[in-house]
Design a protein around this ligand. Structure first.
Ligand SMILES: [Zn+2]
Length: 110
């Protein structure tokens, strides 16, 4: 369950940034290729946030589909299935352009 490690690093990183201010909302972008389960992440986030500046903060998750450019047929920005990362032409020689990371996009403090 890597959601716990991710939740911990988000809580740590945001906590350091806000310098003690109380956080009310955190918006994260979750790429489908990260295989993060939004419900599990939310659960872990709440647990990790307890006793920190992020306690009680709302975690908003925006799921981002995986997109890639195909090096074989040149298709650009093609949507890729996270479990079967293949281009429609059958090639697996893809350059990912989105969906492979998790980013904190916005934080609101009280
Ligand atoms: Zn292709």
């Amino acid at each position: 369950m890597h959601e716990l490690a991710i939740a911990e690093s988000v809580v740590d990183a945001v906590g350091e940034r806000v310098g003690g201010a109380r956080v009310t909302r955190v918006l994260v972008e979750v790429g489908r290729l990260t295989c993060v389960e939004p419900d599990a992440l939310r659960f872990c986030f709440e647990a990790c946030a307890r006793g920190t500046a992020l306690e009680g903060a709302a975690l908003e998750i925006v799921e981002v589909s995986a997109r890639a450019t195909c090096r074989t047929c040149g298709a650009r920005d093609a949507e890729v299935d996270a479990r079967v990362p293949l281009c429609a032409c059958g090639s697996a020689d893809l350059e990912l352009v989105a969906g492979d990371r998790l980013l904190v996009q916005a934080v609101e403090v009280a």
